[in-house]
Design a binder for this molecule. Structure first.
Ligand SMILES: CC(C)(COP(=O)(O)OP(=O)(O)OC[C@H]1O[C@@H](n2cnc3c(N)ncnc32)[C@H](O)[C@@H]1O)[C@@H](O)C(=O)NCCC(=O)NCCS
Ligand SMILES: Nc1ncnc2c1ncn2[C@@H]1O[C@H](COP(=O)(O)OP(=O)(O)OP(=O)(O)O)[C@@H](O)[C@H]1O
Length: 198
């Protein structure tokens, strides 16, 4: 089965794009969401995170203290590398398991991941889509959605490849821009992917 990767910088609209694929009946694996789920259920990972970032990484009810971990890792590349090394292999395994269990008549599947290119997982996809949006819009959307300031968003942007780097690696681009329609762009790609699976 064809595997399609979707990525884009923070706030570019990856999830919004993936919701359109889902309405077309295409299964989507949300790597960022799964990463956070695994971080609260995988005992080995939980121990590794506590050992590396302290007991405060989790609240008493076992939920993840996102803010505590984000404050450490987005201020220090070495700390972020440690977190990525702990979490990413577990997410790769979860994706393989998810993909293997999809119904046999599924035309193609989509993997949404913030770090598709940075983590190398794009190599496991047949085609990769980059979602882009103007910087000022990403900033406005994320600061409003996550109630964070511009410096906090910039700290994450700094840890990701630039759109210029990612454009060289992507097979397709979806522009999330007021002058274009995400829905029409997704429909166009959907038709192309269906043709490839005929
Ligand atoms: C650090 C954590 C706890 C912060 O949680 P928080 O709820 O604030 O952010 P969330 O997970 O919703 O991510 C929002 C956005 O931040 C950026 N981001 C997240 N993790 C990373 C990372 N490791 N490197 C660079 N940017 C990242 C992405 O643009 C992502 O879409 C969380 O992001 C995390 O556990 N990250 C490690 C797992 C990971 O690498 N996920 C991304 C790919 S699988
Ligand atoms: N074209 C748009 N018009 C208005 N709001 C938008 C548009 N695209 C995205 N947004 C909003 O911007 C925010 C970020 O979008 P979304 O969550 O889809 O991006 P993302 O790339 O998955 O983000 P992240 O990497 O931070 O998880 C959301 O609150 C979303 O509703």
């Amino acid at each position: 089965m064809l595997k399609i990767g979707i990525t884009g910088g923070i706030g570019s609209g990856k999830t919004t794009v993936c919701k359109v694929f889902e309405t077309l009946g295409i299964p989507v694996f949300y790597a960022d969401t799964v990463a956070k789920q695994i971080m609260t259920i995988d005992a080995i990972l939980i121990n590794g995170i506590k050992e590396t970032f302290g007991e405060q990484s989790y609240f008493e009810d076992g939920s993840l203290n996102n803010k505590h971990i984000a404050n450490i890792v987005f201020a220090d590349e070495n700390e972020l590398a440690k977190l990525n090394a702990l979490v990413h292999p577990a997410v790769f395994r979860a994706f393989d398991q998810w993909d293997a269990n999809l119904p046999k008549n599924t035309p193609y599947s989509v993997k949404e991941a913030a770090l598709l290119f940075e983590s190398g997982s794009y190599k496991m996809c047949d085609k990769n889509i980059l979602v882009t949006a103007p910087h000022h819009l990403k900033m406005a959307w994320v600061t409003r959605r996550d109630q964070v300031n511009e410096a906090q968003v910039l700290a994450r942007m700094d840890k990701q490849f630039s759109d210029k780097q990612k454009l060289k690696m992507a097979d397709f681009v979806i522009q999330n821009h007021p002058n274009t329609s995400i829905i029409l762009q997704v429909l166009d790609l959907h038709q192309q992917f269906l043709k490839q699976t005929e």
